[in-house]
Design a protein around this ligand. Structure first.
Ligand code: PXG
Length: 288
């Protein structure tokens, strides 16, 4: 595997960044996760745009243009010779002195890894997965906007620990007010009375790129997709539930806190969405 760091390729064993990089010292940096299917990078421009927005939000100046970043991603996936995989793209604050100030860091570093990711076991996709509600809440937007895909994922990691220790595959995260925000690494959708509903971004959900794709899919299937504030009540009483993410793709949910959702199996609307999503990933995207 060849890893891109600041314009050069390194083998896995030599791909390293400094212990003085503030990405490591303070989680100071941003990232993206991008899937590629059948020789095409899915929603590449959308991911690059979000990366630059995340960087802008934390006052980090990426040392290349969006076009150059897209080129670097294409170069990396080509270099690795796989037609299907997952790109992890990071921009760290760079090497600085000890101390929080990012102004001691001379230049941000760009790292691009093209590998594989399997977020959930295969049977989750056919049978559906178990969700539990995490005690760990999404941080308030005034602390750190959930829109920033930063290298500081401890909030999500702690929530994931809760889910796994409870024997569930994924954890539901509420915001400070108790409304549903999202899961630790995916957005959440429910199906109720033939409509697809998802919490608004302002409830503390990341503006997921797969989430946006579900709105497109809904339009093409003639199924209404709406943003709606929700509590656990709406999930307990939903007909169907599914999660979305670049890493997760579209995965059905069959229980929340051991309570069955709908018929406790992947529902018909979810299955149609999964099929349409597969089609979209196969037939769209930037070829490399
Ligand atoms: N919410 C959170 C908190 C995320 O981190 C999503 C939703 C889904 O967004 P997209 O744009 O991918 O549809 C994410 C996605 C990884 C990894 O290891 C990345 C994510 C989730 C899980 C694992 O690269 N980010």
């Amino acid at each position: 595997m060849k890893i891109y760091i600041d314009g050069e390729f390194f083998d896995e064993s030599t791909a390293k960044i400094s212990v003085f990089d503030h990405g490591l010292l303070y989680g100071d940096g941003v990232f993206e996760g991008i899937r590629y299917y059948n020789g095409r990078l899915f929603k590449l421009d959308e991911h690059i745009r979000r990366l630059f927005d995340s960087a802008r939000a934390i006052a980090l100046e990426i040392p290349m243009s969006a076009g150059q970043m897209a080129e670097a991603v294409l170069l990396t996936v080509r270099e690795n010779g796989m037609r299907d995989g997952y790109v992890r793209l990071l921009v760290t604050r760079g090497v600085g002195t000890l101390g929080l100030s990012p102004f001691t860091c001379s230049r941000p570093s760009v790292v691009i890894i093209a590998a594989k990711i399997a977020l959930y076991p295969e049977e989750c996709y056919s049978r559906g997965l178990k969700l539990i509600t995490c005690a760990t809440r999404r941080p308030a937007p005034a602390s750190l906007s959930p829109q920033v895909k930063s290298l500081n994922y401890l909030n999500n990691v702690m929530a994931k620990v809760e889910a796994i220790q409870a024997g569930a595959e994924e954890g539901l995260m509420l915001n400070e007010q108790g409304y549903v925000a999202e899961c630790t690494g995916d957005n959440i959708f429910i199906v109720k009375d033939g409509r697809i509903l998802t919490p608004p971004i302002t409830a503390g959900a990341l503006g997921g790129i797969t989430r946006a794709a579900i709105f497109e899919i809904g339009a093409s299937l003639g199924i209404e997709v709406l943003e709606q504030e929700m509590t656990r009540y709406e999930i307990f009483t939903a007909d169907e539930c599914f999660l979305t993410g670049s890493a997760a793709e579209v995965v059905p949910v069959v229980t929340l806190d051991e309570r069955k959702i709908g018929d406790c199996r992947p529902g018909p609307v979810t299955l149609r969405v999964i099929e349409a999503f597969r089609e979209m990933t196969r037939n769209t995207g930037t070829p490399f």
